[in-house]
Design a protein around this ligand. Structure first.
Ligand code: SF4
Ligand code: MG
Length: 323
């Protein structure tokens, strides 16, 4: 089918160990009923403020965190009920790229050793010579000079280290990549290089991306579709053009208003969000956004809005669109 990944009603709750989170039912509902699909070869941008559950969603999909309930189907395989031996095999087809590759690189291993280790699970990398050839290929693929292979992680710049992180993810020839804030730690001037690299790799290797970022400006460039998350839920999802030309949810509208406009003719009014994201241990009743929403109505405090398809492929959960 055209769908590589189908996520249905995914929930990932963490038990509370301390009482200082305040009154709650005993769980942080980091992901609380997330559903979406990924087409083969597309990029879905997943945006929202920090703490809204984006990373936990990404990790739950990859089974790096065990979801509490819900379904994750990758290429026809239900992952949440899979035996661990099967899961390990399937997991090679999906990889994660982290915000800080330095934290996940062993400082005592040269880049060559790190990549050789990652590559060694492949059936076509049995001999030392095969592995050497493939490590060199990988380095070229991500725009690094093979002559740098014998250096250690600390000898590279932030941008180069992210290239190494991407190379390591690609070492097992994955189909799906979850990129979790892959450029957020980089200088703005370097961000575009890494985003462009990811786009080139997607085209040449046919990769599918879930691209997680708090920065809508970054997501804008790379995504085909965009999902906006707030307090563990997707509040709006649609084609990129739909979201940018006609954002429906007041939260999306606020995020959009903060993205610098590329057109001098089009002056946007900045919508300021009041206060911080409430604690997912004690989310507001009704629409979880009602404590910060400038368009709040009476119903919003008590009734949770259901998702509606307002335009083909453009879904929103907000009472402004339920009549
Ligand atoms: Fe605002 Fe109400 Fe819509 Fe929630 S449901 S975003 S509070 S208008
Ligand atoms: Mg995060």
């Amino acid at each position: 089918s055209e769908w590589l990944l189908t996520v249905d009603q995914l929930q990932t709750y963490f038990p509370l160990r301390n009482s200082w989170f305040g009154r709650s039912n005993g769980y942080v509902k980091a992901v609380d009923g997330v559903s979406f699909r990924l087409r083969k070869g597309e990029t879905l941008g997943l945006v929202g403020e920090s703490g809204c559950g984006k990373s936990t969603t990404g990790r739950s999909i990859l089974s790096l965190i065990k979801p509490t309930s819900g379904s994750v189907v990758f290429d026809g395989n239900e992952m949440t009920t899979m035996r661990s031996s099967e899961l390990r095999k399937l997991r090679q087809r999906m990889q994660i790229v982290f915000q800080d590759p330095y934290a996940s690189l062993n400082p005592k291993l040269t880049i060559y050793s790190a990549l050789e280790e990652a590559i060694s699970v492949r059936a076509d990398a049995r001999t030392k010579e095969e592995r050497r050839e493939q490590v060199m290929e990988l380095l070229k693929l991500v725009g690094l000079n093979p002559s740098q292979a014998d250096r250690y992680p600390h000898e590279f710049s932030g941008g180069q280290r992210q290239r190494i992180g991407i190379a390591r993810a690609l070492a097992v020839s994955p189909e799906l990549i979850v990129a979790d804030e892959p450029v957020s730690a980089l200088d703005v001037s370097i961000q575009a290089q890494i985003v462009n690299l990811l786009q080139d790799l997607q085209e040449s290797l046919g990769l599918t991306y879930l691209f997680i970022s708090h920065d809508l400006g970054v997501v804008k460039h790379i995504s085909n579709r965009i999902a906006v998350m707030y307090l563990g839920r997707i509040v709006e999802i649609g084609e990129k053009a739909q979201l940018f030309s006609n954002p429906l949810h007041p939260y999306t509208q606020a995020l959009m208003s903060a993205v610098p406009s590329t057109s001098p003719l089009f002056k946007k009014e900045r919508i300021m969000l009041k206060g911080d994201v409430p604690s997912p241990a004690n989310p507001p009743s009704g629409c979880a956004f009602h404590t910060r929403c400038g368009k709040r109505m009476e119903i919003c405090q008590s009734v949770r809005p259901v998702e509606r398809e307002v335009h083909p492929g453009h879904y929103v959960s907000c009472h402004l669109y339920t009549t």
